[in-house]
Structure formats: structure tokens, C-alpha cells
Design a protein around this ligand. Sequence first.
Ligand SMILES: Nc1ncnc2c1ncn2[C@@H]1O[C@H](COP(=O)(O)OP(=O)(O)OP(=O)(O)O)[C@@H](O)[C@H]1O
Length: 331
Amino acid sequence: MSISVIGANKRYGDFAALDDVSIDIPDGQLTSLLGPSGSGKSTLLRAIAGLDTLDSGTVIINGNDVSKKSPQQRDIGFVFQHYAAFKHLTVRDNIAFGLKIRKKPTAEVDAKVDELLEVVGLTVFQRRFPAQLSGGQRQRMALARALAVDPKVLLLDEPFGALDAKVREDLRKWLRRLHEEVHVTTVLVTHDQQEALDVSDRIAVLNKGRIEQVGAPDDLYDRPVNPFVASFLGSTVRLNGELVRPHDIRIGRTPEMAWPSADPTLDTGVLKATVSRVVNLGFETRVELVAVASGEEFAAQITRGDQNALNLQAGETVYARATKVAAFSES
Ligand SMILES: Nc1ncnc2c1ncn2[C@@H]1O[C@H](COP(=O)(O)OP(=O)(O)OP(=O)(O)O)[C@@H](O)[C@H]1O
């Protein structure tokens, strides 16, 4: 089911949490709302859910104007960062809850719950209580509970926000696989660009209550509309006045080594720079540099393999060149 939000406005006193926001969320896709804290992501999600009312604007789900409808009438599944499970119910009964209150036949409930336990990988834990689960398992239970009633849309507000980095990474892979299996139109709120790039079909970048850009992850990363989107989707540095991604900087011990292709169309200039620090970060190495002529500080990201070959040391003089600069698209 597709979702459209048209001209959404929401103010808290003088402050515009949503400032004339319009977005189309396509059927069956996973769309992330990505932006810094306070940019209006949760406000937009809650407006879609019907948990908050808009000052003005329209929410359309599956072609129907649901703006005046209650959350229950909107047919949505919702999962928050801190999921409130029923502590006195087992995992199985938590997942079955929505089906039981809808008075579904027992055999149907059992079959559906068995299927969902399997999908979220909690079959062996079905007799446990929520307190006996890890944070990641609890969030998977929350997702199963939300999916149990076959919602038209699934709304996730930082569902993995409270978990540590490794568990988050596992869960987002799992979420992606789950999405490929069930294909429910899903909207995920996150402030984590890695998470958004990893799981989304489309990303909407929000800033100060407005949508800056909507598109496929690669579009936003490679063709951002402005410096805000470029910087929010991944780190950027300024080199010769241009916005550059650190992995698009080539370093060599001679000017020629920094520019082996000698392609004149890529003339962004070779900079003489001093290495101020070399930091190994697992697969990659961050090389912090200071341009000799301007004193401008910047960082380049090279592979660990390249660093092993170059063996750069703090204090050395090297040559750096941007192999690609951010070109802002028009739309
Ligand atoms: N009930 C409220 N009363 C007053 N201001 C509010 C209320 N709810 C949200 N806001 C403000 O609206 C703005 C947008 O909030 P929102 O929760 O949508 O941001 P967010 O992008 O989801 O941020 P975060 O990632 O920190 O949750 C914030 O500046 C917030 O302080």
C-alpha cells in the first residue's frame, strides 16, 4: 500500500517541526526517514500513524484520506525504540495478542504465530518472558507482534536505536531479509546513515522540518542536491574549496603518484600536504593531512592494503588529489 503525505505542517509554539512536507512512499518498499536529531522524522512518522494530528496537511494510505482516522483505523504496525512488551505474557502470547483481541480462531492464531516465530528466529524462545530476552530478541518479538495482524504498513521508529553497534548491524541485515520476504510497505526512522544506506530502497533526508531530498541510496550518495545531503550521507572534506569524500582522495609520495591517470578533465590540482596523523580503522586507514600552502586540514581514507604499501608516517610530506568532487544535482 502506498502512502502519500501532502503539505504537512506541525508547529510547537513558534517552532515548525514539519514545514510543508510532502512525500510519496511507494508500495512494498522500505523507505527511511533520515536526518539529525530534531529534524522532524518522528513527527512525520507519528502523523502517518495517526498518533499526532497535523496542523494542516493530508495523509493518504492506499488511496484513502486517513487524515481524520484514528491509528486503529489506519491498519498500521508500529515499533518504537523502547518497545513496551507485556511483561507477564510469554513471547508466543505477546505475538498472538493482536490476533486474540481480534477474536481470530485458535487454529489460525497458532499457525500465524508459528510462522512469525520462525520468520523472526524466536521459535526456541517462545515460552520465555520478555525479561529473559536480549534487547535484539525483544525488538524482533516487537516486529513479529506488529506483523501478526497483517498491517498495510509497518512504521518503525529507531527500532534498533537502543542496541549496540554489532547487534544493530545484524538486525538491519535481518530486517532487510524480512522485508524481502513479507514486502510490507515500511517506513523506518533513523539518524544512522549506515543503517539507512544498508536497508533502504529509498531514503528521504530531513533537515529542520523539511525534506531535502528523496531518492535511492546511491542517488543521494553520488548525486546529492546540496552540501547538507552530501555531508549527512557520509563524511566529506573540503579540498581546494571543493566538497570531497575522503575515499576519493588519492595520496602519493610524488605528484605523479597522486595523479597517475594524467587525465586533464580531472584537473582538481595536486596539493602538497603534511601527514599529521595516521589512524588504522580496521579495513581502512584515515590519513589526517594539512595542506602546505593553505594550512587547510583534511582527511583522506585509504585502504589498509594501500597504507601497508605506502607506510605513511606522521610528519611526512606527500601529495594529494581529489579523484572526484561532489557535483550537486538539480532536482
Ligand atoms: N510534544 C512536543 N512539544 C514540543 N516540541 C516538540 C514536541 N514533540 C516534538 N517536538 C519538537 O519538534 C522537533 C522535531 O521532533 P522529532 O521528534 O520529530 O525529531 P526527530 O527528527 O525524530 O529527532 P530524534 O532523532 O531526536 O528523535 C524537535 O525539535 C522537538 O523538540
